[in-house]
Design a protein. Structure first.
Length: 80
C-alpha cells in the first residue's frame, strides 16, 4: 500500500511544469540584457581606446562596474 501511494504521488508531481514558480519576469530579462550590454560595450571601449585615454581608464571601467555590480545583480534580485 505504501509503495503504490508513493507511485501515485510521483505521477502527480511529474506532470507539473518545473517553471510554475519561475521568478524571472520581463523586467528581469530587460535588466539582465541591459547589464550584459553594458559589460560588452565596456570591454569594447577598453579595447579600442588609447592606453592612457579617458575612455580606457575611466569610462570603460565605470561601465563594467555598473554592469557587473549593479545592473546584473539587480536583475536577479528584483521580484514583482
Amino acid at each position: 500500500m505504501y509503495i503504490t501511494h508513493l507511485v501515485e504521488k510521483n505521477k502527480k508531481t511529474s506532470r507539473e511544469s518545473p517553471f510554475v514558480n519561475w521568478s524571472f519576469k520581463k523586467i528581469n530579462y530587460i535588466l539582465f540584457i541591459t547589464g550584459l550590454s553594458l559589460v560588452i560595450f565596456g570591454y569594447i571601449l577598453m579595447a579600442t581606446g588609447e592606453v592612457n585615454s579617458f575612455q580606457s581608464l575611466t569610462l570603460a571601467p565605470m561601465m563594467l562596474f555598473i554592469g557587473y555590480l549593479v545592473v546584473i545583480p539587480l536583475s536577479i534580485l528584483i521580484k514583482k
